[in-house]
Design a protein around this ligand. Sequence first.
Ligand SMILES: O=c1[nH]cc([C@@H]2O[C@H](COP(=O)(O)O)[C@@H](O)[C@H]2O)c(=O)[nH]1
Ligand SMILES: [Mg+2]
Length: 240
Amino acid sequence: MAAKSSYKPVTHIIFDSDGTVMDTENIYTDAINEIVEPFGKSYTYEMKLRYMGMPALQSAQKLVTELQLPLSPEKYLKIFDAVVLRRIQNVKLMPGVKDFILHMHDHRIPMAIATSSVRAAFDVKSTPHRSLLPALHHVVCGNDPELQPGRGKPLPDIFLLAASRFHPAPEPSKCLVFEDSPNGLRAGIAAGMQVVLIPDPRVPAQLRRGATQVLDSMADFKPQLFGLPHYDTCSKFEFG
Ligand SMILES: O=c1[nH]cc([C@@H]2O[C@H](COP(=O)(O)O)[C@@H](O)[C@H]2O)c(=O)[nH]1
Ligand SMILES: [Mg+2]
């Protein structure tokens, strides 16, 4: 389970959303294939490993060039937004997410989301789970006005911005990131944060390097390893 033997205590948590909190990555794969297949192309998992976690415009630019689609990135993105919107109405949470967020909230651990997804898409995806949103101090989306265009994951900017919006703002080293994608892992490391990686089983070992811990599921996370309150049976009975 562990990629490293030493874990340092943290005070704040920053979650990636797609593929980490929300079960959306298969939806993105299917949506992209729906767009590219009529052109005789396919969106391979090898490509996905390079694109996932990137802001939509950056991945659109790369995809249109790599697959030589007869579309501008802007036109592709318009189609992509419409196809994704149709598919993300009833998104589920990843296993263990709800219990973990509620448990940390019970113990007043400050939490945020830092997602490359644009705000409008995040709002649609989070609608079925809106009762959890008050547990989060804030959500930073990929189109946040304080993020420079072109500086998405794997660059650290979105995680540093998310950390700076807590009151008071913690040092990056006091933030624990939860991520699923190799781009997100690199962004968290570049931000000077510990990263718990919960990858798709197809993510190869070399793209998991640098993760503080690699888990199969958030349900396997042991908060006490990072100085966070451990799960106890009493609070489970009290709060169901
Ligand atoms: O197969 C893919 N999955 C996800 C993305 C991009 O990753 C973002 C999700 O990022 P995050 O995991 O940071 O929430 C999506 O909005 C999309 O822009 C992509 O390009 N291709
Ligand atoms: Mg992700």
